[in-house]
Design a protein around this ligand. Structure first.
Ligand SMILES: Cc1cc2nc3c(=O)[nH]c(=O)nc-3n(C[C@H](O)[C@H](O)[C@H](O)COP(=O)(O)OP(=O)(O)OC[C@H]3O[C@@H](n4cnc5c(N)ncnc54)[C@H](O)[C@@H]3O)c2cc1C
Length: 450
């Protein structure tokens, strides 16, 4: 009955029905009891009247309140719907901060609005925005999601502190040091929804080899966890390289997944193990192609009757270069090798004979870039690098993050001309837009909405 009353959408009718219902429920037994005890007493009759009025009032108010709580529930549903449509920056609170190794710390993020968060495909990343007091503008960076569960209630980012490069006066990493030193439980940061195409299809049955070094382990944990949870029959090789045990994050966590999933095969490679690392690693040296040829391939052949696998690489630029070249030389087709760069490789020193001429790379002698919002028109030459580097050198500071065409933060509208990409962008690029972090002008004049 109460549920039926709560279901009445008109608040007046609901209050009326609730008032009548409660006054009836309270009054009938009260009248019976009072009349039995003292039927002729005038004050008994008055008491009955007061009971009717009071219960009708309580019923009416609770009828209205039921409507209020109903509308709160629908507001929540609306909020949830809004949250699943989350497209831009959203506030997250750091729920937990956990040290994983000497250089990596994890941050568990929950949405401040208390709404739902969408699940993600293992391997994807979050783009975060930090307001760092000393920085002239917000700092945007991307971090892989390093955990996985069937329905996310939090996101975990695991961030390596980037020290200043040795023997230079260059500063230490801005965002990573800020996160380590000044972001704590309760801090609030902004994040965009999970994105990225370096993803593992959990439903595939093809064996996968996940190879990482350093902080490149983060997307691999999410991939190993998701597969162990959703498709544990699939054989996965988890190869990870670290200098020694002190820098090896998530060892216990990955070991625990492997204990539950016999199809997750682990090989840890320490290049300079300490004495105390005995028993913590399987191979001394690097996680490289020789390890794949000599250890992984024979195991895979005996377990899967084939060595046809998908390879996922994430780590330092030199590690990835060496693996990609080694796999290609070993005749692994390029479409079987997926990789994600966290950092741009240092530009190769160009020998004089290799210096590209304007004629060999670009048709035009002078290329003009118009940065329309900044009101600057500037001449670009190949030595100026990417459009992003050129803009920064000229005191224009567009939003950007990865500098490798992965995150899409630097995407901007192009209203005239065309650009050449140094490499194919991984991020989706909207029609009429370009990524400036990996592109250079292709036409004599390029007009950008920056
Ligand atoms: C898709 C993707 C996923 C990622 N996932 C992760 C992850 O899971 N975990 C993680 O830790 N990182 C991850 N990264 C890297 C991360 O986004 C940041 O690039 C990283 O944290 C460094 O940012 P920073 O602000 O600390 O350093 P920055 O300030 O950007 O500096 C980068 C490096 O350059 C050095 N440097 C600064 N100025 C100079 C200069 N003038 N000359 C020479 N060197 C200089 C700094 O000391 C530092 O070592 C990911 C990147 C991408 C693209």
């Amino acid at each position: 009955m109460l549920e039926d009353i709560r279901g009445i959408s008109n608040p007046l009718f609901r209050a009326l029905a609730s008032g009548i219902f409660l006054s009836t429920v309270v009054t009938i037994p009260a009248t019976a009891v009072l009349l039995l005890l003292n039927p002729k007493n005038e004050s008994t009759h008055k008491l009955i009247v007061y009971a009717v009025i009071a219960s009708a009032a309580v019923g009416t108010v609770s009828g209205l309140a039921a409507g209020k709580s109903k509308s709160t529930a629908s507001e929540t549903t609306e909020n949830d719907a809004k949250n699943t449509e989350w497209k831009d920056w959203r506030k997250f609170v750091v729920d937990r901060k956990v040290k994983e190794s000497d250089s990596i710390t994890s941050f568990y993020l929950k949405p401040l609005d208390g709404g739902m968060i969408p699940n993600f495909i293992p391997g994807q990343f979050l783009t975060i925005q930090l307001d760092i007091p000393e920085q002239p503008k917000s700092v945007i960076r991307t971090y892989s999601l390093s955990d996985y569960s069937e329905s996310s209630t939090y996101y975990r980012l695991s961030i390596k502190r980037e020290p200043a490069p040795p023997e230079t006066i260059a500063p230490a990493g801005i965002a990573s040091n800020f996160m380590h030193d000044r972001i704590n439980e309760g801090s609030i940061i902004l994040a965009k929804p999970p994105a990225g195409k370096f993803v593992l299809d959990v439903n595939s049955s093809q064996p996968a080899v996940l190879i990482s070094n350093g902080v490149g382990i983060t997307p691999m944990i999410s991939m190993a966890k998701a597969t162990s949870l959703l498709n544990p029959q699939r054989h996965i090789w988890f190869l990870h390289g670290a200098r020694d045990g002190s820098l090896h994050a998530f060892r216990d966590e990955v070991n625990a997944i492997a204990e539950r999933n016999p199809n997750l095969h682990i090989a840890y490679c320490y290049s300079r193990p300490n004495l105390t690392d005995e028993g913590k690693y399987q191979h001394k040296g690097y996680a490289d192609v020789d390890l794949i040829k000599n250890v992984v391939a024979p195991e895979m052949q005996s377990l899967c009757d084939s060595t046809d696998a998908q390879y996922f690489l994430c780590g330092s630029p030199s590690f990835m270069d060496s693996l990609r070249n080694g796999l290609r030389e070993w005749n692994v087709p390029d479409n079987k090798v997926l990789f994600e760069s966290f950092a741009k490789a240092k530009p190769k020193k160009v020998e004089p004979a290799e210096v590209p001429t304007q004629e060999s790379t670009h048709e035009h002698d002078s290329m003009e870039i118009v940065f329309s919002k900044s009101g600057k028109t500037l001449n670009w030459s190949p030595a100026d690098g990417t459009i992003l580097e050129f803009a920064e050198a000229n005191e224009i500071f567009p939003d950007h993050s990865c500098r490798v065409g992965v995150c899409g933060t630097c995407m901007c509208k192009i209203s005239e001309g065309e650009v050449d990409y140094e490499e194919t962008p991984t991020a989706s690029v909207d029609r009429g837009s370009v990524l400036i972090c990996i592109s250079k002008p292709k036409t004599a004049r390029v007009v950008l909405d920056i």
